[in-house]
Design a protein around this ligand. Structure first.
Ligand code: RH7
Length: 130
């Protein structure tokens, strides 16, 4: 009903604010757009489910997320993909893995600090009812 749409609208506002904050952080530049599959042709053979911040922003606007849990699942894809595709000891791989870990810790800290538990439970009940 209308109250549910009000709740989901508020969730989208929160998820956009988190995603835009992360997109402005210079540490996360490599995560802002999809990896270019023409520049990196083997990427799609290694990573089955690519994800990036611009794709998450598009999914928010397409109403793909009804809970923060689904949003965090896609955020976790970003840093897990980076750890998987960049495993080597060379400085470039180490730098992107460090940034991937920073992304993971930042996302989880923002959700812990800024997502109200009762609001989250209302979103989860909406999802379970659908
Ligand atoms: C999230 O970003 C990544 O996992 N990567 C891995 C790719 C390998 C390396 O860096 C990336 C893009 C790139 N493009 C051209 C040549 N080499 C590279 C970004």
């Amino acid at each position: 009903e209308e109250q549910e749409e009000d709740t989901l609208r508020e969730l989208r506002l929160f998820l956009r604010s988190v995603t835009e904050r992360l997109s402005r952080d210079r540490r996360f530049k490599a995560f802002t757009k999809p990896v270019d599959l023409e520049e990196v042709p083997d990427y799609i053979t290694v990573i089955q489910h690519p994800m990036d911040l611009s794709t998450i922003l598009s999914k928010i606007d397409l109403h793909k997320y009804v809970t923060a849990r689904e949003f965090v699942y896609d955020m976790d894809l970003i840093w897990k993909n980076a750890l998987e595709y960049n495993p080597d000891s060379d400085p470039a791989d180490r730098q992107i893995r460090h940034r991937a870990c920073a992304l993971k810790d930042t996302v989880h800290a923002i959700i812990r600090d800024e997502l109200d538990e009762d609001f989250n439970r209302i979103c989860e009940r909406i999802r379970d009812s659908r």
